[in-house]
Ligand binder design. Structure first.
Ligand SMILES: Cc1cc2nc3c(=O)[nH]c(=O)nc-3n(C[C@H](O)[C@H](O)[C@H](O)COP(=O)(O)OP(=O)(O)OC[C@H]3O[C@@H](n4cnc5c(N)ncnc54)[C@H](O)[C@@H]3O)c2cc1C
Ligand code: FES
Length: 512
């Protein structure tokens, strides 16, 4: 091995708060320093390929700049999704202040799993379902894993649908899969392409179509949400679309053929991402929503106005303080009527007005008023039964609140906690919620969660979308919204595991 060692860097040139990238024999390698030690890992994030040197190193963790996947400095192991596997490791030696690295990755440690006859059922083959599969195997669980869900094939990246598929940049069948290549076969994931029609929590039994059923030792419910159609005349007309699945996106894209005018009902993130995509395709786009300013109910007027202005500058027309009264057309929509009586031409409509948790099939679990599944910090809903993702009503860490949060990374954080507990662990959800969204080439990030805020402090320039905004509640930072501040938000993703004042948050971000 020593023969393949190559000079990679001077020890003194490696900072301790971030990694540096070197290339050895065409292999990109991330060097991370801890005191006098250096670790070498694969330099591109295994989730979507972000350059890890642009993120942060803090608390013994490497945080990815793009979606805040987190890895242990000690061994590159996965700590936080949306990455689902850890980093490759490379051998390192330090000689006289020189860092030598071999570009031949170390073999991951092999373990001999204990024979296990238990059956783990995962109901819902989406974000959380995929993360649960990898976490169960990572925990050493060697028994049966059954992944149930009606969508065809392996779990895929749903977040690409409103960003790249609707924009025409990615065909629906090229949406990236979530599980590493070959994982499902190698790790014996039994994929059942069907909808669970009933889960009996007392009997630990899942009923599938055609009178098939499955007994489980532990089950995870991660069935996500069902988009809510609008309760107005014409909601069933052709070319009035909801967007959740790859099939929905394929139908939507097919209806852009010859379309000139699109209407988005609801100024939600998904609605506005689609608005941005459709402007890129050259359609004229009108957004209809009841509030005064888009997204102001989540972020306050100033940030909401920033999102709305960005869209308006790119040609999106807003009809705020308006409601859809009806969709009009013979069998295909051609106009949307507002409650004011105004009619807007529409060749295609996208309804983005929220979801309801897909939990109708559950028996023996008391659901929350909105259909969510109440869980404790271990993501446990009942004996041997766990919930994760959009369906889970969970205790928000560092806050006196139980709520559902519909974010990709949160779903996968939940799933990791649940899966490790299903396998016999004692894990608790302590994560920092994180969401990203993409509009006109800008990626916005939202860290933490502010159901309410009493002030928003903005560092940077909202107009050019280079900023960090701190959403304050009772003197502490409840949440952060940012754009083009990826290294700062990587540091904050770690720091916000504790409650922070504004000054503490600014210092953690490296901007105080
Ligand atoms: C278009 C779009 C874009 C998004 N973009 C972002 C983003 O940029 N950033 C972000 O943080 N979040 C984003 N989200 C939200 C994010 O996708 C969700 O929060 C996340 O997918 C939740 O994961 P989940 O595993 O709970 O549910 P899902 O990923 O929806 O998976 C649930 C699965 O369960 C299946 N299922 C439903 N009922 C049953 C049943 N009875 N039996 C078996 N299976 C069932 C469903 O078919 C589905 O495959 C986006 C959502 C959408 C729709
Ligand atoms: S690219 Fe690293 S978490 Fe997404």
């Amino acid at each position: 091995m020593a023969g393949s060692m190559q000079h990679a860097a001077k020890l003194d040139d490696i900072p301790e708060d971030r990694g540096i990238r070197v290339t050895l024999s065409e292999t990109p390698i991330l060097l991370v320093r801890q005191g006098g030690d250096v670790h070498a890992f694969s330099a591109d994030c295994p989730h979507a390929g972000a350059p890890l040197e642009k993120g942060a190193v803090c608390n013994g963790r490497i945080v990815c700049p793009w979606h805040k996947g987190t890895f242990a400095v000690a061994d590159g192991g996965l700590i936080e999704p949306p990455a689902l596997i850890g980093l490759k490791r490379y051998p390192v030696a330090i000689e006289n202040g020189d860092v030598l690295v071999s570009p031949e990755a170390k073999e991951p440690p092999t373990r001999v799993p204990a024979a296990d006859t238990r059956t783990m059922a995962i109901i819902g083959a989406g974000a959380a379902g995929a993360a649960a599969c990898t976490a169960l195997r990572e925990s050493g669980f060697d028994g049966r894993i059954v992944l149930i869900g009606p969508e065809h094939g392996e779990p895929y990246d749903r977040t690409a649908l409103s960003k790249f598929v609707t924009a025409g940049d990615m065909p629906p069948d090229e949406v990236p899969p979530l599980l590493p290549e070959g994982f499902a076969t190698k790790q014996r994931i039994e994929r059942v392409e069907a909808q669970a029609v009933k889960l009996d929590a007392a009997d630990k039994r899942i009923d599938l179509p055609s009178e098939l059923s499955l007994h489980y030792d532990a089950a995870l419910i991660c069935t996500g949400g069902i988009p809510k159609p609008m309760d107005v005349p014409g909601a069933n007309l052709r070319r009035v679309h909801l967007l959740r699945s790859r099939d929905d996106a394929a139908m939507l894209v097919a209806s852009f053929d010859g379309a000139k005018n699109a209407v988005i009902a609801g100024a939600s993130f998904i609605g506005l991402e689609v608005a941005s995509s459709l402007r890129k395709r050259g359609l004229s786009v009108t957004v209809i929503a009841p509030g005064k300013i888009a997204l102001a109910s989540q972020f306050g007027d100033e940030l909401g106005r920033m999102f709305q202005t960005l869209h308006e500058k790119n040609g999106v027309v807003f009809r705020m303080e308006s409601k859809v009264k009806a969709f009009i057309g013979d069998d295909t929509v051609n106009e949307v009527e507002l409650d004011s009586g105004e009619k807007i031409a529409a060749d295609v409509v996208i309804v983005g007005t929220g979801i309801k948790p897909a939990t109708d099939f559950l028996q023996g679990v008391t659901l929350a008023d909105d259909g969510g599944i109440p869980v404790d910090t271990a993501m446990r809903a009942a004996h041997g039964l766990y919930a994760a993702g959009d369906v889970a009503q969970f205790p928000l860490p560092r806050a006196d609140q139980h709520l559902r949060i519909e974010h990709w990374r949160v779903a996968q954080q939940h799933a990791r906690v649940a899966a490790l507990n299903m396998a016999g662990g004692d894990e608790h959800y302590t994560g920092v919620p994180y969401f990203w969204t993409y509009h006109f080439g800008k990626r916005f990030e939202y860290l933490g969660h502010a159901s309410e805020h009493d002030d928003v402090v903005i560092d940077g320039d909202l107009g050019s979308q280079v900023f960090i905004a701190y959403m304050m509640k009772d003197g502490n930072v409840a949440a952060v919204v940012a754009c083009e501040r990826e290294a700062s938000t990587a540091r904050l993703a770690e720091a916000m595991r504790s409650t922070l004042t504004l000054e503490e948050a600014r210092r953690a971000a490296g901007e105080g």
